[in-house]
Design a protein around this ligand. Structure first.
Ligand code: FAD
Length: 456
């Protein structure tokens, strides 16, 4: 059981920091949280920075464990599959799963964060200090240097243990990696994103299907749209930074108009504020952060994007961060107040999984922008569902393992590689699922795949 006098310091009250604060407080800790930005409950969060997110089973489970799902449920919009839009405006629905519960949810980043902030403060054990920018973490002397963003004054604050939930440019990560012999890669994708908006119809209605994640795939680039509760959609254009078709080549209002008319004609009528959104919203760069270690002795730990920023194409960055937070809590339950052991264990459990989802997220960019229109991809997907039905103890489509279940990402990734080989072999010479040799399928599956534990 936690030492009730122990105070844990968090840097960052984003999604992961605020949920972690709730969980730690419910275990009896006092929690001090320093957040660089103003309190989002009093100010609008900045437009154009992933307004909504896909929440999946892995993220839901930690929210349930923190006792927050009843508050979160009303702000969720189920997405049952991808709606793929072609150049002519035709739409093709591809289900994500094959059971009613196999859906993911669109959720407002701000609303979810606010639920966690309120819940943290309601425990009575959490203090959240806003406009407090952590500039330096001194791990030798257990001191933080904090700049007050309003007064520009600096102060020094002592800590026992600090957890960096301060996102992809983490100050805590910088401090850990300045001391340890470390590996620290920030791998640019070479692509960026721009958020746009489809407003609701005249009567507040959704102008495209409410229960889909919409994709306009174009091979090397794409647009996606996720529903918001108010009938609008947050639209995101993903494209290379440089090159013939790139953000660099779309700079003037004329170029924007021409680009969208030429490449995305079917979405243009849905984007009345295209020019304004395009030029007012920032262009966000996409990168993967892979680093090691995630901790320093019994003093510091990284969780969420601070440890593993991933590109957003599997919709798992936040989900993975929530899993990190729960893993820390479960490890505390196991190891009591042996903090060196706790931080080492969390690092061991989570680093391999952070790396695995980072890799799968990059692969999924190609799936979304390209493969979703490929006949063989669709055939393999249909066969994957059929194999799941016939061999449920051994076969689960990789998308389902990542989005609907909780087996570790690293296992989903390695099973996914084996399954993909099986799917390729079985579909090499056939055009439909009916033509597949299921005796061959059975022998391949039993030879290559062990039984799967989907929700360990
Ligand atoms: P952040 O959300 O970045 O929060 C970090 C917090 O720390 C911020 O509040 C910041 O102000 C504060 N901070 C930073 N530095 C300091 C400092 N020095 N001092 C004090 N405070 C500091 N994930 C999903 O699961 N599903 C999705 O569908 C999805 N879609 C995405 C779409 C896009 C376009 C992008 C960019 C990301 C998407 N993600 C998605 C990823 C998700 O946004 C992140 O994984 C998630 O926000 C990570 O939460 P976090 O709390 O670790 O970091």
């Amino acid at each position: 059981m936690a030492n009730q006098n122990e105070t844990i310091t968090l840097i960052g009250a984003g999604l992961v920091g605020s949920l972690l604060a709730v969980m730690l407080a419910k275990r009896g800790f006092k929690v001090e949280v320093y957040e660089r930005r103003p309190d989002m409950r009093a100010t609008d969060i900045s437009a154009g920075r992933s307004i909504n997110l896909a929440l999946a089973n892995r993220g839901i489970y930690p929210l349930q464990q923190a006792g927050l799902m009843e508050q979160v449920k009303p702000i969720l919009t189920a997405m049952k599959g991808r709606m793929v839009h072609d150049m002519q405006g035709n739409q093709n629905f591809q289900s994500y799963g094959q059971r009613p519960e196999e859906v993911i949810y669109s959720v407002s980043r701000g609303d979810l964060n606010i639920i966690c902030l309120n819940a943290a403060e309601a425990t009575g054990r959490v203090n959240i200090y806003f406009n407090q920018n952590c500039q330096k973490v001194d791990l030798d002397n257990n001191q933080l240097t904090i700049k007050d963003e309003l007064s520009s004054e600096f102060k020094t604050i002592a800590f026992n243990r600090v957890i960096g939930t301060d996102g992809s440019n983490s100050a805590v990560r910088e401090a850990i990696h300045a001391i340890e012999s470390s590996q620290h890669d920030i791998i640019s994708l070479g692509h960026s994103y721009k958020e746009l908006r489809i407003p609701p119809g005249p009567n507040g209605e959704f102008l495209i299907d409410k229960h889909s994640l919409h994709i306009w795939p174009k091979g090397g680039y794409m647009i996606i749209a996720l529903p918001n509760e108010d009938g609008s959609f947050t639209v995101t254009l993903f494209m290379a930074n440089e090159g013939e078709i790139s953000f660099e080549s779309v700079k003037t209002p004329e170029q924007v108009e021409q680009f969208f008319n030429q490449h995305f004609p079917s979405i243009v009528p849905l984007l009345p504020d295209l020019q304004k959104d395009f030029f007012e919203n920032p262009t966000g760069k996409l990168a993967t952060v892979k680093c090691s270690p995630w901790h320093f002795k019994d003093k510091a730990l990284l969780l969420g994007d601070a440890a593993h920023a991933v590109v957003p194409f599997h919709g798992q960055g936040m989900n993975c961060g929530f899993e990190d937070a729960l893993d820390l809590i479960e490890t505390i339950d196991e190891y009591g107040d042996d903090w060196a052991e706790i931080f080492t264990r969390v690092d061991e459990h989570r680093k391999i999984n952070g790396d695995a989802i980072a890799d799968m997220a990059i692969e999924n960019y190609i799936t979304m922008r390209d493969s979703v229109t490929d006949e063989k991809f669709l055939l393999r997907n249909a066969l994957a569902f059929e194999l799941e039905n016939r061999f449920p103890k051994h076969f689960c489509p990789r998308y389902s393992m990542v989005m609907f279940h909780r087996l570790p990402y690293a296992e989903a990734k390695s099973r996914g590689v084996i399954q993909e080989d099986i799917l390729k072999e079985l579909t090499a010479d056939v055009q439909s699922v009916e033509q597949v040799d299921f005796e061959q399928a059975e022998s391949l599956i039993y030879a290559k795949l062990t039984e799967v534990n989907l929700n360990p």
